[in-house]
Design a protein around this ligand. Structure first.
Ligand code: GDD
Ligand code: MN
Length: 367
């Protein structure tokens, strides 16, 4: 009875540590994790090593004599994400922590991740971009990459809205959120997979300081970036987002033809040009909206007036901002940077399309 109570108070924690050539870092990490968790939690460390040439697996096996360390030495598979997946399968805990072996994720931050869980929270992301977090001595290039990757993901997936550090490799998640989910993460982006494919209640971020690597070297390179982009594209395809974008563009072309055609027709019939412009523009907005409602976003509403009226108004607002962005881009490129009007307007249209689509998926049709 007493032991049941203790278990309820502090869940079993599994700390999953993927490793590749981390023999110098692992002992320090295991000691530090033990110092943070052993008093308060029933915990284990699951080291998933890809048969490292420096024999990290051997170091891990030696550590398992003194600490609750389980070692998976993989020879059949390779890569950070699948290593973490293997860790998920091997772990026994009800809370799973994922962290790097190189001490860039400070073990002293683990208790704050775990303490953040309450009944409604299913995922706690260690974040470098909120209060209490920092990227430490990141190069400018890496800062830009990290932020750019975040923005790109947020544009495609509304589920990730409000989360500042989607690139984080440091997080804690309830085991039952992962269980049964069909995760196929590529490269380094496990958080993104979880956010898009799992069912969960609330997600929060807890700040931590990304430290300098202690020993050894980073495995992140150009290949990682390409893998990330491919991964985003694949997830966009899986979730139907690319198809939506294509349909949105086709509808946009139809709307433009209606706009130009009607404008021309009204002018020919002696309508004042500004009035013709307003009528043509509004007609094309309504036509765009109708086609998108019937086709592009047909799965996002139930066909009732009530489910379409709100989006109708919001779509108008989004598109007015779109016109502003179009003209703003034109003015900036042509007026200030001296590019030709055609180039300025072409860029303006691209900016407006991207904005209109993002607005439609994130604001107009996002419940
Ligand atoms: N098993 C296994 N297999 N482990 C790997 C592999 C692999 O192919 N590649 C890397 N690891 C391990 C490393 O040994 C380390 O423990 C951890 O994964 C992170 O690898 P690093 O090479 O140190 O990554 P990083 O510091 O460049 O990137 C970190 O920060 C990124 C955010 O800027 C990671 O935490 C990323 O997940 C994170 O996105
Ligand atoms: Mn690292």
């Amino acid at each position: 009875m007493a032991s049941e109570l203790t278990q309820a108070a502090s869940p079993r924690v599994s700390v999953i540590v993927p490793t590749y050539n981390e023999r110098e870092n692992l002992p320090t990490l295991v000691e530090a994790v033990d110092a943070q968790l052993s008093a308060e939690y029933d915990y284990e460390i699951v080291v998933v090593d890809d048969d490292s040439p420096d024999e990290t697996w051997y170091v891990a096996e030696s550590l398992s004599e003194d600490y609750p360390v389980t070692v998976v030495r993989r020879r059949d598979e390779f890569g950070l994400s699948t290593a973490v997946m293997r860790g998920f399968e091997t772990a026994n805990g009800s809370l799973l922590v994922v962290m790097d072996a190189d001490l860039q994720h400070p073990p002293s931050a683990i208790p704050s991740l775990l303490a953040a869980f309450d009944d409604r929270i299913d995922l706690v992301i260690g974040s470098r971009y909120i209060q209490g977090g920092s990227v430490g001595e990141f190069s400018l290039a890496r800062r830009v990459l990290s932020r750019g990757a975040n923005i790109l993901a947020t544009v495609i997936f509304p589920q990730t809205r409000g989360i500042n550090d989607l690139q984080s490799g440091f997080f804690a998640v309830r085991q039952d959120v992962i269980e049964g989910a069909d995760l196929a993460p590529e490269g380094y982006k496990i958080i993104l997979e979880i956010l898009i494919k799992c069912e969960y209640d609330q997600v929060i971020e807890v700040g931590y300081e990304f430290r300098q690597r202690v020993a050894g070297e980073s495995k992140l390179g150009l290949g990682t970036i390409i893998t990330y982009l491919r991964h985003l594209l694949e997830m966009a395809n899986d979730s139907g987002r690319s198809g939506q974008f294509l349909r949105f563009c086709i509808v946009g072309i139809v709307g433009t033809l209606i706009n130009v055609g009607l404008f021309y027709f009204l002018l020919r019939n002696d309508t004042f040009y500004l009035l013709a412009g307003v009528v043509a523009a509004e007609t094309s907005v309504v036509a765009n909206f109708s086609l998108n409602t019937l086709w592009t976003f047909r799965s996002e509403h139930d066909g009732t007036l009530a489910s379409i009226a709100g989006p109708f108004v919001k779509d108008h607002l989004v598109r007015s901002v779109g016109i502003g962005l179009n003209l703003g881009t034109l003015f900036l490129l042509t007026g200030s940077f001296g590019l030709s009007e055609i180039v300025g307007q072409a860029c303006g249209i691209v900016v407006a399309i991207l904005w209109n689509f993002t607005g439609n998926t994130h604001l107009v049709w996002y419940r």
